[in-house]
Structures are given as C-alpha cells and as structure tokens.
Write a protein that binds this ligand. Structure first.
Ligand SMILES: [Zn+2]
Length: 60
C-alpha cells in the first residue's frame, strides 16, 4: 500500500501495513516507511464513498 512519508516528503510503499479503526469510526492504515522507518498513516475512504470521491477528483 502506498502512503505519504512526512519525513521523506515522498510516497513510499508502506511496510507491514495494518488497518485500524479510529475513535470516530474511520479506517486507517498504519505502517512503516521502508526507507527511513517512520510510522506512516493513511486514511482509507469509507466503503461506498470511495468510488464517488475518486470520480470527482478525476474530473478536475
Ligand atoms: Zn520515509
């Protein structure tokens, strides 16, 4: 899974990604940057809304 590393300031392939659910019910992926070892977080779009959001973004 690809996520943005704040330390490298680049997108990296997340190492050992785990899906966690936050307090407000959002799905999040947590993993490690393969380059610098920083913990990476990525919010996952909710099921059902993901496709719509991506379509809107693509139209821009
Ligand atoms: Zn990194």
């Amino acid at each position: 899974m690809e996520a943005y590393c704040v330390k490298c300031k680049a997108k990296r392939e997340m190492k050992n990604p785990k899906t966690v659910t936050t307090k407000n019910g959002r799905q999040m992926a947590k993993g490690t940057c393969p380059v610098c070892g920083t913990t990476m977080n990525k919010f996952l779009a909710k099921a059902g809304t993901a496709a719509g959001a991506e379509k809107k973004a693509a139209k821009k």
